[in-house]
Design a protein around this ligand. Structure first.
Ligand code: N2P
Length: 383
């Protein structure tokens, strides 16, 4: 009996050992295969980012440093990017959704987790921003902030003063775009709004003191009624076009992104049109947004994507981007490389008090999204 047991144990051990060897050989093979895949990744990277959101030499320097050839495409609103991601197979390796939209995309399994071991410059990020980001991306597993800013009102100071005449500037900057008392006067020099349902409804609800997302349907109707009162005074709906419209003096008031307003001012100085464009910081707060780098689940070049994110995490690289496009970045170590004028601009790098007033990013559920899409179309057509 004992003998039998011994030989059985021996046999059993031999089989077990053979099994383990096969498993470990197989996993070794898999590892080698994976390694080869990384080594063999073609030297190509496809990026999809917002327009006017990068420095002139960011891509060229990356290509020089890595030998990776970049294809760089632009979009102007989250809706377009979202639709592409939902349809899958975008071919993009890096996309830059705002964090609130990215939440939906993460939930839909559209992104892959970051391999932080490849992001050796990750420690340069501001921990405060990481904490803010972790509200929508728990553990900061999927997203790295590119730049951030807030939705607000931008004005051409001289033109607005002239159009308002005896009416003094309102205490609350939002009045300039949501109160007909002001829009009636300002329509003479041109008012432009962002061309996206979420941006417009969130701001309108904030102005009314309501929850900016997922409130009762009556809130959306109330926001719509308010918007319709200013509708006749709006000249244009445009997201990517506000920079040039403001810089050239085509419009004098905009509901849009603070970063683009500062960029419009900079561009008008460069173009010698010298428009005094200012991003106002509303006393009741603007709507914060963070545009974030993410790697689609089906990205063809995920390793190159990590290389690009790590490159952007270098303080000098992201500082050059901020210096070009006048948006705040999340990189603490980049502060020393900022142009003094940019660093001192309180509508780019807000005071702690103003940051505390910002409405943090949040996202509508699909039912609400349907409501605002319908109401926004009605608003735009003015019916
Ligand atoms: C870049 C605009 C991006 C800001 N010009 C909106 N997320």
């Amino acid at each position: 009996m004992r003998l039998l047991n011994k030989s059985f144990t021996k046999k059993y051990l031999a089989t077990l050992l053979a099994g383990l060897t096969i498993i470990s050989l197989a996993s070794c093979g898999k590892k080698t295969e994976e390694k080869q895949k990384v080594v063999e990744e073609e030297k190509v990277l496809n990026i999809y980012n917002w327009s006017d959101y990068i420095a002139p030499d960011t891509i060229a320097n990356f290509e020089k440093e890595t030998g990776i050839k970049v294809r760089y495409d632009n979009f102007d609103n989250n809706e377009i990017l979202h639709a592409k991601l939902m349809a899958k197979n975008t071919g993009y390796d890096i996309v830059v959704p705002s964090s609130n939209w990215a939440k939906l995309q993460m939930e839909g399994g559209l992104f892959q987790k970051l391999d932080k071991s490849k992001l050796t410059n990750y420690g340069n990020l501001d921990t405060g921003i990481l904490k803010q980001m972790s509200v929508l991306d728990p553990g900061n597993e999927y997203l790295v902030d590119w730049l951030w800013s807030y939705n607000t009102v931008g004005i051409n100071e001289d033109k607005v003063k002239a159009a308002l005449g005896d009416t003094p500037m309102p205490d609350n900057a939002w009045d300039l775009v949501f109160d007909p008392k002001y829009t009636n006067k300002l329509k003479s020099c041109g008012i432009t709004f962002l061309d996206t349902p979420t941006d417009v409804f969130q701001a309108a609800l904030h102005y009314l003191g309501k929850h900016v997302v997922n409130g009762p349907v009556e809130d959306y109707q109330q926001a719509f009624d308010m918007l319709m009162k200013v509708r006749p005074d709006i000249k244009r709906f445009s997201s990517g076009g506000q920079i040039d419209d403001l810089a050239s003096g085509n419009v004098c008031v905009a509901y849009g992104w603070a970063g683009d307003f500062n960029l419009a001012r900079k561009r008008s100085i460069e173009n010698k049109s010298e428009q005094k464009i200012v991003a106002l910081v509303p006393k009741t707060g603007g709507l914060m947004f963070m545009d974030t780098m993410a790697i689609p689940a089906d990205a063809p070049h995920p390793d190159n994507a990590h290389k690009f994110i790590n490159y952007v995490l270098q303080p000098k690289v992201i500082a050059a981007i901020t210096n070009t496009v006048t948006y705040a970045n999340p990189n603490k170590a980049a502060t020393e490389f900022l142009d003094p004028e940019i660093k001192a601009n309180k509508s780019i790098f807000l005071s702690g008090e103003d940051v505390a007033k910002l409405v943090p990013p949040s996202v509508e559920d699909s039912k609400t999204k349907r409501i605002i899409t319908r109401l926004f179309t009605q608003f735009k057509t003015g019916t």
